[in-house]
Design a protein around this ligand. Structure first.
Ligand code: NOJ
Length: 761
């Protein structure tokens, strides 16, 4: 390595730790912290060091393949010897305290444990699924939601959440898009930052917990959207699309990363030194630690990469995986690998230091029981105030997809309403996946939410279930139902009604980990139900409840009003009812493209142009298209309507050229020509026309949320600078290239005003 490069890496290391310390208003300086950590490290035996790198699952919840039988005794034994650095899925002050006590009082060095848990969208009080929250484009609300989750989780002894998931997801078949921020790296980066800041705060109290950016990296690019499948993507996609939210998480001070189950271009992410040592710990100067995913060290054997568990441990540690989650690879083999010279002890030391440093920063050495206060637990878990945060977030997450003839909002009285669909009365599905600590049936259903508007007559009929049996969290989702025996009752209800509200979509456990779907239409007989109801009453409002974009072309063509309500958490029904009755004007915008059919997937707004974007000769078939489907999506990224109406005009650039170190301003005038006040997300996109690596036809570069009264206009101005135009170029670095650009401003990625400018020297 050249001297300059080494210097650069060193500088970025110092900068990262200093900024983490500053963000956390830590009592330590970089030097004093290092002294503490190094001092402790010196006292540790090799086995104790390895112990810090070992994470065991607790003995209750399971969030992966079943742990091996008979491991409980070994786990307790290892705990007492100081051979465990962290536990996952242990929760509740009583249990956490009991295990922490063993670590602190019974082990030789008394090093406290980290307690990790998947607090993905709330602990017991469940917020909208992360994809839904992302539709709000409201960073403050998202941060508040993460902070609420941290407060509640911190109160039950958890000091580390395995969130946020910052995987940019383009494939709606992949069930885990529900856990992310959608398809855009820019929006994803801002949301990653908001969530990290929300969870971690400044670590000053037990309301802040350690965050974890996951899954590093490329996990969402699983071939055919099948979870855990192979990932093969080029450098440009890796750096320009996958990496930005991870980098944003590092810049926001995240102190842990989780790697991923997938192989990336032939090398499992868990054994991938390029990802973990070169990019994360090298180029970005990340000072936190990397935990493996559940058993992902062990799984390197099944990938065909390591020949046994011992070699898995060797490859993983050498590649920069610091902590082993449930593979038993480090605890059983790492010390021996060091003795054999296959793993350098200095690398083990580095991993241990990262974990110890985090424990110091979290305050666990000052008070190992910081998160173990029974009175605080009792006063915090399920606090009524949390419901307000959830309701606010839920309303902001709703996206109005269609509203012909102003069918919505519904009139508050004098209407007979039929409410149809099993999901309408379902009090668990709105909680979505990843809600281990929530009470079953604890969400407000749409039925309950609508009953609050009692002036209207409300008739409810299920019509059909979604799945045959309630699916379990760990085991396979049950089959979609084929039972149509409830149709006649639902049809009769619709016949008598002025307006029909149908709540259709996915069961809450039909998305999430290991819930890939090859068919992303409405599951079961719901499409048939929709058509049967529409045949007798055209005034249908379709409320979608789902964890991923769905392909609903028939509904889009026929149903006059469609509301995307995702899985909105504990306050779901109240939020939906307020939107349906116009007490809240929806303002959400899609963070992920909705396809017309599954054959279009992956479909995303920031695609490349191709060499044949249209027919060069009229009538020829030789251009990039389907012969049986349009290229355009059903609903584009950034799309969402309001009960207000927003018109865009007067797009102006302050200059036609942008100088290297200068700025130009782009402005647009937005007017609310509707009858009610509303909120709009004004979006800025650019297109770099010619570059050393081809650029997407559109890239989101900024947005502003504004509120306008009827007839009010507002000028919105964005500043463009060279930094905004940077991308990972053919020179393998982030830089802007001179030349022509287009700039677009609008209310979604498909309807924009546009102008041109040039970047010059
Ligand atoms: C596997 C998942 O991929 C990961 O996201 C989660 O944090 C762990 N299991 C622990 O439950």
């Amino acid at each position: 390595m050249r001297k300059k490069q080494i210097l650069l890496i060193l500088m970025s290391l110092i900068l990262q730790i200093s900024s983490v310390l500053a963000q956390n208003k830590s009592k330590y300086t970089a030097v004093s912290l290092d002294k503490k950590v190094s001092g402790l490290l010196k006292k540790m035996t090799l086995e104790e060091k390895v112990g810090q790198l070992n994470q065991y699952n607790g003995f209750w919840d399971v969030t992966g393949p079943k742990p091996q039988e008979g491991k409980a005794a070994k786990k307790y034994d290892d705990l007492r010897k100081g051979y465990v650095g962290s536990m996952l899925n242990v929760r509740g002050v009583k249990d956490v305290r009991a295990l922490q006590k063993i670590a602190v009082e019974e082990t030789r060095l008394g090093i406290p444990l980290l307690f990790g848990f998947d607090v993905i969208h709330g602990y017991k009080t469940i917020s909208p699924i992360p994809l839904a929250e992302s539709a709000s484009w409201d960073l403050e609300a998202i941060k508040a939601s993460a902070a609420m989750a941290a407060e509640e989780a911190g109160a039950v002894g958890i000091n580390w959440t395995f969130a946020p998931m910052v995987d940019v997801g383009r494939d709606a078949r992949w069930g885990r898009v529900m856990e992310g921020a959608g398809e855009d790296p820019y929006l994803g980066s801002l949301i990653a930052k908001a969530r990290v800041e929300g969870f971690q705060g400044d670590f000053s109290s037990n309301k802040n917990i350690l965050a974890c950016a996951k899954h590093f990296a490329g996990y969402a690019f699983a071939e055919s959207g099948r979870d855990y499948n192979t990932v093969d993507i080029g450098e440009s996609t890796l750096h320009n699309i996958v990496m930005p939210p991870f980098k944003a998480a590092v810049d926001a001070g995240v102190l842990s990363f989780m790697n991923s189950f997938n192989e990336l271009n032939g090398i499992p992410a868990t054994g991938n030194a390029y990802l973990q040592r070169k990019i994360l710990k090298g180029d970005w100067g990340f000072q936190g630690f990397v935990v493996s995913d559940w058993g992902s060290i062990l799984e390197m054997q099944l990938h065909g990469y390591a020949k046994d568990l011992k070699q898995s441990a060797e490859f993983a540690l050498n590649a920069g995986s610091d902590m082993d989650m449930e593979s038993y690879a480090y605890v059983d083999h790492l010390a021996q690998l060091v003795r054999e010279g296959k793993v350098k002890e200095s690398l083990v030391d580095d991993a241990v230091k990262r974990i110890l440093r985090t424990k110091f920063l979290l305050g666990l050495f000052d008070d190992p029981y910081k998160y173990c206060d029974e009175a605080h637990e009792a006063a915090t878990v399920g606090k009524p105030e949390f419901q307000q945060t959830v309701l606010d977030m839920a309303k902001k997450s709703i996206v109005l997809l269609k509203n012909n003839n102003e069918l919505l909002p519904l009139k508050k009285s004098g209407q007979k309403i039929a409410l149809i669909g099993a999901l309408a009365s379902d009090k668990t599905s709105p909680l979505g996946n990843w809600r281990l600590a929530a009470d079953e049936n604890s969400a407000v259903s749409v039925l309950e939410g609508m009953q609050a508007y009692t002036e209207n007559e409300l008739i409810f009929a299920k019509g059909a279930e979604v799945v045959t049996e309630e699916p379990k969290f760990v085991f396979e989702a049950k089959l979609n139902t084929t039972d149509k025996s409830g149709f006649p009752e639902a049809i009769a209800a619709a016949q008598k009604a002025d307006v029909v509200v149908m709540v259709l979509g996915e069961h809450g456990l039909q998305s999430g980990e290991a819930r890939s779907r090859a068919d992303i239409t409405l599951p079961g007989v719901q499409q048939e139900l929709l058509e049967a109801i529409y045949a007798v009453n055209k005034n249908v409002v379709l409320v979608l409840q789902n964890g991923r974009p769905l392909a609903i072309p028939w509904a889009d063509e026929n149903i006059p009003a469609i509301v995307e309500a995702w899985q909105l958490g504990a306050q779901s029904g109240n939020a939906i009812a307020q939107v349906l009755y116009g007490d809240y004007n929806p303002s959400g915008k899609l963070p992920m493209t909705f396809p017309r059919s599954v054959g279009q997937v992956p479909i995303y707004y920031n695609h490349k142009n191709t060499g044949r974007p249209y027919a060069l000769d009229p009538g020829t078939v030789f251009w990039s298209h389907f012969i049986d489907e349009k290229n355009t999506p059903l609903y584009p990224f950034g799309y969402g309507l309001s009960y207000a109406k927003f018109d865009y005009a007067d797009l102006k650039l302050s200059a036609p050229t942008l100088k290297s170190n200068g700025t130009i301003e782009v402005s647009v005038v937005v007017t609310n020509s509707g009858k009610v006040a509303g909120k709009e997300v004004v979006q800025l996109y650019i297109h770099d026309l010619f570059a050393s690596v081809t650029r997407p036809v559109l890239e989101l570069k900024g947005f502003e949320r504004i509120e306008l009264q009827p007839n009010e206009s507002k000028k919105v101005t964005f500043t463009i600078d060279e930094k905004m135009l940077e991308f990972y170029s053919a020179n393998n670095k982030w830089e802007a290239e001179k030349g022509e650009f287009k700039v677009f401003v609008g209310g979604n990625s498909a309807q924009t005003l546009q102008a041109d400018f040039q970047l010059i020297n």
